[in-house]
Ligand binder design. Structure first.
Ligand code: GDP
Ligand code: IMO
Ligand code: MG
Length: 451
């Protein structure tokens, strides 16, 4: 089978290493498409120890591939132009296409994000405060503005003023300040519109045409399956469809045209933001960034700290420390069923080095009953107790050693890692075809051909 399109999907709560894998696979691609989310995403690519962070632009940019932002993405133009400038300053010329129907984030969406979070109390998700939820809300309510609107002043002004006045009234009704000036934003966004014109296309026709011409496309997921609006842990997630089902709606491509779906899983669990994480190791206040790692980690807090430090688990977008936990095969099995992955990629195995023993959560226990079904409802998940199996851990090694192992291939991996991989494959029933043991593009072992 000729593979024309591949999807790269996060299987958990985001930050699984999607950016690294998209960059790696885009060597053989013609174009990379982002189709949901916005600059709540933070995707890191490391090549020869040089780090690139993407929030809006697809991670194929540094392989000089065509990069496409589909209709399902919400765009903060300020962030977009900053990201383009950063890339240009590093010597790249982004070959960028943007959907005319992608929705636009305004400054008051970011402001509303904070106000709305404050009213949610124990149900606040701990958002990135980038205005994602409020912008998708306006899209669904059909008040939102799209990229096209910014490029046509006569269409823009009445639509914008209607939205501005509505938001102003709502904010003032709850007794909060309204620190925005209508003309200032209008002028700024019309200027963005002038600059956006050259990138704007009907991406549905455009992407389908590329596929017809047998061009190879990667669909780059943002966030992760458990953060999705319908199938994730509502309301502790984001506002877009984060599993593979989101590609069709967010890029205008039939499900029949997605040839392969790759799920990215982490060797452990990480979560930035709120909501229950059944396998969580200790709490964030147990340690601070840079605290020494204990040689012999026994308590959950010590193990969690080791993994957080070794995996540099501090958010790409907000810098927040990420919560970490043991691998959760109950939620991963759910992601595998939902996405029907062809392959899995496991990342950050190196970051778990230095533990005598590692645990894998294989079932949840609730009110005396044991099940391997993910309960969906956050209130139920909160009450679940993980059931673990234990396996021997592996050594902590310096980064160069992991790079050497990657160059030598699969059999050079420590035996304990190979056993860990086999156990996960056995439980999830999907081949772990890409093994990632370091942040660099080269710190990767490909066991089965993907393209
Ligand atoms: P994304 O949002 O899924 O693209 O993931 P992020 O980029 O937010 O977070 C993943 C982090 O882990 C980044 O800092 C990557 O550079 C890094 N990373 C990816 N794979 C590996 C790996 O196998 N080992 C290590 N040590 N770091 C990795
Ligand atoms: P990438 O693509 C990890 C989380 C936030 C919060 C919830 C809602 O880098 O994997 P939002 O700002 O979207 O309204 O926040 O979702 N979140 C992420 N967590 N990685 C991400 O993206 C995330 N994008 C959103 O922390 O709990
Ligand atoms: Mg990230």
């Amino acid at each position: 089978m000729v593979v024309r399109s591949i999807a790269v999907i996060g299987s958990s709560w985001g930050d699984e290493g999607k950016g690294k894998v998209v960059d790696l696979l885009s060597g053989k691609a013609d174009a990379v498409v982002r189709y949901q989310g916005g600059n709540n995403a933070g995707h890191t690519v490391v090549v020869n120890n040089e780090k690139y962070k993407f929030h809006l632009l697809p991670s194929g940019a540094i392989q000089n591939k065509e990069i496409i932002i589909g209709n399902g993405v919400v765009i903060d133009p300020e962030v977009l132009f900053r990201e383009i400038e950063i890339l240009e300053s590093k010597g790249f010329t982004p070959n960028l296409v943007i959907s005319s129907t992608a929705h636009v984030i305004f400054p008051f969406h970011r402001y509303l994000d904070g106000l709305e979070e404050a009213t949610k109390k124990e149900y606040a998700a701990g958002t990135t405060k980038r205005g994602i939820g409020p912008t998708y809300s306006d899209k669904a309510a059909r008040y939102g503005l799209r990229i096209y609107d910014l490029t046509e002043p006569d269409i823009f002004k009445p639509k914008f003023q209607r939205l501005f006045n509505l938001k102003k009234k709502v904010v003032q009704a709850i007794g909060a300040d309204w620190p925005f000036n209508v003309e200032e934003i209008e002028n700024q966004y019309l200027e963005y519109g002038r600059k956006l014109k050259k990138y704007m296309k009907d991406t549905t026709y455009y992407i389908n045409k590329l596929l017809e011409q047998n061009k190879k496309i990667i669909f780059e997921g943002a966030q992760g399956t458990l953060l999705g609006i319908d199938h994730g842990m509502y309301p502790f997630g984001t506002s877009s469809i984060t599993w593979a089902g989101g590609i069709s709606a967010g890029a205008g491509v039939s499900p029949k045209k997605i040839d392969k779906i790759i799920g990215i899983i982490k060797a452990y669990t990480s979560r930035v933001g709120e909501g229950p994480v059944p396998t969580e190791l200790g709490i964030l206040s147990d340690s601070k960034k840079g605290d020494p790692i204990k040689e012999n980690c026994v308590t959950d807090a010590d193990i969690g700290h080791r993994i957080r430090e070794q995996g540099h688990e501090y958010g790409t977008t907000t810098g927040r420390p990420r919560r970490v936990g043991w691998i959760d095969l109950v939620s991963l099995k759910y992601a595998c069923i939902l996405n029907a992955y062809d392959h899995l990629c496991i990342t950050l195995l190196d970051a778990m080095g230095g533990l005598k023993e590692v645990k894998l959560c294989v079932k949840y226990k609730l009110d005396g009953e044991v099940s391997d079904q993910w309960p969906i409802q956050s209130e139920i998940i909160e009450r679940c107790e993980p059931v673990y199996i234990k396996m021997p851990g592996w050594e902590a090694l310096p980064a160069e050693k992991w790079t050497d192992i990657a160059a030598k291939g699969y059999n050079a991996l420590p035996e304990a890692i190979r056993n860990y991989i086999s156990k996960i494959e056995e439980i999830l029933g999907i081949p772990l075809s890409i093994i990632s043991i370091g942040p660099n593009r080269s710190d990767t072992i490909i066991r089965h051909n993907i393209w």
